[in-house]
Design a protein around this ligand. Sequence first.
Ligand SMILES: NC(=O)c1ccc[n+]([C@@H]2O[C@H](COP(=O)([O-])OP(=O)(O)OC[C@H]3O[C@@H](n4cnc5c(N)ncnc54)[C@H](OP(=O)(O)O)[C@@H]3O)[C@@H](O)[C@H]2O)c1
Length: 215
Amino acid sequence: MEKKIGIIGSGVVAQTLGAGFLKYQYQVMLGTRDSSKLTEWQAGVGKGVQVGSFADTTAFGDIIVLAAKGTAAKSVLELAGAANLRGKTIIDAANPIADEPTDNGVLRYFTNLDRSLMEQLQAAFPDANFVKAFNSVGSAFMINPSFESKPTMFICGNNEEAKKEVTEILDLFGWETADFGNVESARAIEPLCMLWCIQGIAKNEWNHAFKLLKF
Ligand SMILES: NC(=O)c1ccc[n+]([C@@H]2O[C@H](COP(=O)([O-])OP(=O)(O)OC[C@H]3O[C@@H](n4cnc5c(N)ncnc54)[C@H](OP(=O)(O)O)[C@@H]3O)[C@@H](O)[C@H]2O)c1
């Protein structure tokens, strides 16, 4: 039977990844506090994708995607329920973007370089296996992007099996994976989103992705 993916979120990231997982025959549920936000999207993708509460969605998923606003990420996971997250891989696409305006075109974060959002979430939900991924590229390029060469997705997390699961998904979605270690590495991976957005905010250019070059 196909794997079940529970995506917490109703925004563009949740919708894009939801459509991507459907393309590869996963069973998909999106979680929101207000299912009417997804009525149009659900009708468009068809194929019986489900919509439910945050808790319904995390109970449904074998793998969970966290695609919620960074400032709400912890409370969203609390609503989802620690028991529904236990032992599961949580693909964490969230960025700790503060509500304050950008600083001369640079996003402001509510975290600092000694404590990332994913570390806070991993500490709050120690039985879940968080893997940072999809946070540092625009949603338009998350599924099978057509750059000249494969872009690199930087991932990190404490659980090797969970990172293997995410790497298999990234392979399907047309990404090269760079495993950059444990949860603390999110201190460096989360700010890649700041870097990614600078060109967009300054020049309205959003058509890039990162590539790691190696000998
Ligand atoms: N946009 C991109 O291209 C992009 C790319 C990479 C990473 N990201 C990151 O991915 C995450 C999702 O981004 P997005 O642009 O798709 O959507 P978003 O607008 O950042 O977040 C939408 C989701 O956050 C939830 N949310 C917002 N405030 C909440 C609150 N006070 N309490 C509970 N839930 C709340 C919403 O829940 P309801 O459905 O219940 O309203 C909704 O599901 C963000 O952390 C973002 O930084 C975005």
